[in-house]
Design a protein around this ligand. Structure first.
Ligand code: GLU
Length: 494
């Protein structure tokens, strides 16, 4: 068998380390078997998907050295590899299932669906579609469709029995059908949902093994039914444990930087980050901790994947990165430093900022220290200000952080306007409003222009610095909720 695996990220937001982790395991599995690793972009959610996000996914997976042999940017014989370009293919396939009676049109309004769900919640039942439109006659359906009534297409699900499947890592899994929803496969706008597109694409792209996050395990019954409705063999499945925060919750950007770009821009070596991600779910037969992706691929064996939720531990990652750095030859290390700090791109951004400000070349380094390296570790004292109290400082840091989470472009003027309108909405003088940001980003009240600095540092590092700055104040969970609420109220008028 020609092994084919895939990674199927959705281009929404920053490229997640979880995506790199899944990509690595799929890559290693394919490589071990001399097969192919492909990249598919799952952009059926048009409102949330962006081409910028897609570009950063490509860039950061390449930075890690995980190459794919087929994908939207490299082509391949089973394309297109972007789901938004496969509408015709989904249409043909759903028609096939409609003709065979495995799926049905559903005309229920949102209002009705909400009522059904609330009633089920009250009765403490699994919330799921109640099958109302299954009772429509063929004529009724035809009439509604020709009258142009908006509708979705749902899959039929057996009303009793269990779905039994094998997960290569966990063994036999059995899920009662009563917990399986009559999933919407085609939305009212004609776009497929993830569940439909993933099955059609995995089959047409000849995927033989699916290695993905354990959050998808409860979706397997839907997928398995679809494979059966089509009469297709199902790829083998491996559900990997999800990366977790130190408190065991799912890795989230609230508690940990999650973007691959953060680790790149903070000076982690790609091979160290990959090694760390490998350790999250895998151990070498000889249990050694330091190994390359090629060594991992050579030894790869699904039975050595651990099922326990691995903790993404920054301290351990830093330790490992240090091991890699110390193992570099002096020449290699100096090349990395030049590439990271003194590259042409950095210099051309920095020169216009510093040239007008210095009289001697020796003044340069202290001006840009927080840009080319970490800023100082902050304490509450750093935020002492004659007009702002700690609560106001926290409010600014939080609200700017929250606004930046939703902000996709990272251009100087946009950032400036965003902060200006936020200061206005918070009824603060712009000068005062900027103070906590200067300290949060640069470590002191006076630095080079704040917005130029943020552009230079990039979104991942800037956001992380503001997040760390709030941590100095040890805000309680309740305090955070209040901050979220007050930001939400404010953001409506932005
Ligand atoms: N687009 C899904 C995700 O990003 C893919 C899940 C899968 O691998 O089936 O999580």
């Amino acid at each position: 068998m020609n092994v084919r695996t895939r990674i199927a990220p959705s281009p929404t937001g920053d490229p997640h380390v979880g995506t790199a982790y899944m990509a690595l395991f799929n890559w290693a599995f394919a490589r071990h078997h001399g097969g192919e690793f492909i990249l598919r972009i799952e952009d059926t959610d048009a409102a949330r998907s962006s081409s910028e996000s897609e570009a950063v996914i490509f860039e950061s997976l390449r930075w890690l050295g995980l190459e794919w042999s087929e994908g939207p940017d490299v082509g391949g014989q089973y394309g297109p590899y972007r789901q938004s370009e496969r509408r015709e293919i989904y249409r043909e396939h759903i028609n096939h299932l409609l003709d065979a009676g495995h799926v049905f049109q559903c005309f229920c309004s949102k209002l009705r669906l909400d009522e059904v769900r609330q009633a089920q919640q009250k009765r403490k039942e699994t919330t799921r579609y109640d099958g109302f439109c299954l009772n429509l006659s063929v004529e009724e359906v035809a009439e509604k469709v020709s009258a142009g009534e908006p509708h979705v297409i749902r899959m039929k699900v057996p009303s009793e029995g269990r779905c039994v499947f094998v997960d290569e890592l966990r063994g036999e899994v059995s899920i009662p059908y009563e917990q399986v929803d009559m999933q919407v496969l085609i939305k009212a706008d004609g776009m497929p949902t993830y569940h439909f597109a993933v099955v059609v694409d995995d089959h047409l792209m000849k995927i033989t093994h699916i290695l993905r996050g354990e959050e998808w395990i409860n979706s397997v019954p839907k997928h398995k039914l679809l494979f059966e409705y089509f009469g297709w063999p199902m790829p083998k499945m491996v559900h990997l444990p999800l990366l977790r925060n130190p408190d065991q919750s799912k890795l989230s950007k609230r508690k940990n930087p999650t973007s691959i770009t953060y680790y790149r821009d903070d000076g982690f070596l790609p091979e160290a980050l990959l090694n760390y991600l490998a350790l999250m779910g895998w151990s070498m037969p000889d249990e050694r901790e330091i190994f390359s992706k090629d060594e991992m691929a050579q030894a790869f064996d699904v039975s050595r994947i651990s099922v326990r939720g691995p903790i993404f531990d920054q301290t351990k990652l830093r330790w490992l990165n240090g091991q890699y750095i110390r193992a570099l030859s002096a020449q290699d290390f100096s090349q990395r430093v030049v590439d990271f700090v003194l590259n042409q791109d950095h210099l051309s951004q920095l020169i216009p900022l510093v040239q007008p400000r210095v009289e001697r070349l020796s003044e340069l380094a202290p001006l840009v220290d927080y840009l080319v390296g970490t800023r100082k570790t902050l304490t509450e004292e750093d935020f002492t200000h004659n007009k702002l109290g700690p609560e106001e400082v926290v409010r600014v840091l939080h609200h700017v952080g929250a606004a930046l989470e939703q902000h996709t472009t990272w251009a100087r003027d946009d950032l400036f306007v965003l902060c200006q309108s936020l200061a206005e909405a918070m009824e603060m003088k712009f000068r005062d409003f900027l103070f906590p940001l200067f300290v949060g980003i640069g470590g002191r009240p006076v630095t080079l222009d704040l917005f130029d600095s943020m552009v230079f540092l990039g979104s991942s590092i800037s956001r992380a610095r503001l997040r760390e700055a709030i941590e100095v104040f040890s805000v309680s969970g309740k305090g955070r909720k209040q901050l979220d609420k007050s930001y939400e109220a404010l953001s409506r008028n932005l």
